[in-house]
Design a protein around this ligand. Structure first.
Ligand code: TEU
Ligand code: CA
Length: 559
């Protein structure tokens, strides 16, 4: 395998609106990220991905871009972004921007020109089709709810938006558009960005080989995934995109791609793949509070473990998945994956480590390292995101009571991960001097960075140790290139694996049970590298792991 600079990545995702405000307008900004570079370096991070900071009307918090080459004034200026890129570089941190090329904002000048004149070349930058008998061209439901088509005023034409109606889909079949996008991408790469996280990229190709599909809901619409996700023919776009941009600059690219078939993974992230890596979403549909798992959380753990390991089989041979547990589209991992009664220091730290040492690129999400939590609301009005409101309406329409819908949203909404980062126990958690754009979780008095910073027993200190272990010079190569070998598969609720390379063996054991487990163990221990308890109980030919204990050790015997 050819070695690449990015194989050695510890990633950290920043949701800039909520990271650090410096000018008192209540919105996090680029200056705030610059201010926190020392923090990130100290934590051990060497790649940051920043969610979109381009000019945007913020219908979808920046994922609706009206100018790809201008920083939104709420975040700062282009000069500040360049300053960030260079200052980060000096600290050994590469900056990844978020590349959103499935759609633009409806305020983008291309779309505006298209709407002004449906005969102009810009109309073909988007996907515009004739309505049928006064109805939209087909009955696709938008990923964010409602019809995926919006009628263009005074015509019988509709434009496609897989997300909100403020996010018209671009027409990737148009060669000129593709070239224009590649030039834009290359200008950013010229400025020194390390690469991109690439948004919603599996939707570039659409299949219009039919009109209406049978409805799957009372709205008469259908979630036509097979017609707009990983559709055959997308390969050509993805390959061309790589050849004309990323490859030229040896950049790190991480595709947001869900549901790729295992036999397609090679084409996506093999040595010659379209991307360096993709986020591994295999855990994201699991919620321990769902009726399915509530009474048997360990069943969920076992299923999740099997999924993780089946993906590792591919990673062992071919490439690097991106291993994460939190992002800006999910509730906080602690609330998602640990039964409420079991949430404590041990379970929280173990969860952080559960997929951290697998083969691939580990990625943290802001606030994860201090154990930030969901913030359920008293009223739906306290939420900010359009998708929350769409879900609210859809559930009501299905006949669920308002109270139950709120309860459901309080468990499921992606907005939990978007509350401002809790830096201190002072005013507004140290996030802003002004009034924050989104309410701060009142638990900041307890959960904040300042309190954990120099306490060796804190979750933050655990994360720091966890990262440092993965970066240790004598272990690094095995963590990056070593094979993953599942262990203790017969022990329910235990997620354990060895990372093996040449004569080095590193064993990682996560006990996801809320009680102790005894495991057969006849190995020699060379060194205990990480432990969220003070001790490890070893017997003659077994070890006993305490509730939610995680242990990482180098074994002394060679393979
Ligand atoms: O999310 C994309 C998204 O919601 C889809 O990729 C969907 O989840 C997936 O295809 C299901 O298989 C991204 C961003 O992360 C999100 O914040 C944005 O709102 C969205 O794109 C629109 O740009
Ligand atoms: Ca600000």
């Amino acid at each position: 395998m050819n070695k690449k600079w990015w194989h050695n990545t510890i990633g950290y995702q920043i949701y800039p609106k909520s990271f650090q405000d410096t000018n008192g307008d209540g919105i996090g900004d680029i200056r705030g990220i610059i201010q926190k570079l020392d923090y990130l370096q100290d934590l051990g991070i060497n790649v940051i991905w920043i969610c979109p900071i381009y000019q945007s009307p913020m219908v979808d918090h920046g994922y609706d871009i009206s100018d790809y080459e201008l920083v939104d004034s709420s975040f700062g200026t282009n000069d500040e972004l360049e300053e960030l890129i260079h200052k980060a570089e000096k600290k050994g941190i590469k900056v990844l921007l978020d590349l959103v090329v499935n759609h633009t904002s409806d305020q983008h000048k291309w779309f505006q020109k298209a709407m002004d004149n449906l005969e102009s070349k810009y109309a073909d930058y988007y996907i515009i089709k004739e309505g049928v008998n006064g109805e939209p061209p087909n009955n696709w439901r938008s990923i964010f709810g409602g019809s995926a088509w919006e009628k263009i005023r005074n015509t019988n034409q509709y434009y496609l938006h897989l997300f909100t109606k403020g996010q018209p889909d671009l027409n990737w079949e148009n060669k000129e558009l593709r070239e224009v996008l590649y030039e834009m991408i290359n200008r950013w790469l010229e400025k020194g960005v390390g690469g991109f996280r690439i948004d919603a990229i599996s939707h570039l190709k659409k299949d219009f080989s039919y009109n209406n599909l049978p409805a799957d809901g009372p709205d008469g619409l259908v979630s036509g995934w097979d017609y707009f996700r990983n559709v055959e023919g997308i390969e050509m776009f993805l390959n061309e995109l790589k050849e004309k941009t990323f490859k030229v600059y040896d950049s790190l690219t991480i595709g947001e791609i869900d549901d790729v078939r295992s036999d397609d993974l090679e084409r996506y992230i093999g040595e010659e793949g379209y991307f360096s890596s993709i986020f591994d979403f295999c855990h994201t549909r699991y919620r321990v509070r769902d009726t399915k798992w509530r009474s048997n959380p360990i069943k969920m753990v076992n299923e999740l473990r099997d999924k993780l390991f089946s993906k590792q089989e591919f990673a062992n041979e071919h490439g690097f998945l991106c291993n994460f547990i939190e992002n800006h589209d999910l509730p906080r991992a602690i609330d998602r994956l640990i039964p409420q009664k079991d949430i404590n220091y041990y379970s929280k730290s173990m969860l952080g480590a559960v997929n951290f040492y697998l083969k691939g690129i580990p990625f943290l999400y802001q606030g994860q390292e201090i154990g930030m939590r969901d913030y359920p609301k008293e009223s739906v009005k306290e939420y900010k995101d359009l998708t929350t409101y769409n879900q609210y309406k859809e559930h009501l329409a299905r006949g669920i009571s308002a109270e139950d819908v709120l309860q459901k949203i309080n468990i499921e909404t992606r907005e939990h991960s978007r509350t401002p980062v809790q830096w201190t126990d002072g005013k507004n958690a140290g996030f802003t001097e002004g009034s924050p754009w989104f309410d701060i979780n009142p638990n900041y008095v307890e959960i904040n960075y300042k309190r954990q910073q120099s306490n060796p027993g804190s979750l933050f200190s655990f994360y720091k140790r966890m990262i440092a272990v993965r970066k240790r010079v004598n272990l690094m190569d095995t963590f990056i290139y070593g094979k993953t070998l599942p262990r203790y598969l017969h022990n329910s609720g235990v997620i354990a694996y060895e990372r093996i390379q040449k004569n080095q063996r590193i064993l990682v054991i996560n006990n996801c049970n809320n009680g102790p487990v005894v495991l057969e163990f006849k190995e020699g221990i060379k060194e205990i590298l990480l432990n969220n308890y003070n001790d490890l109980v070893t017997g003659h030919s077994d070890i006993k792991l305490m509730p939610f204990q995680v242990i990482v050790m180098e074994l002394s015997k060679s393979v």
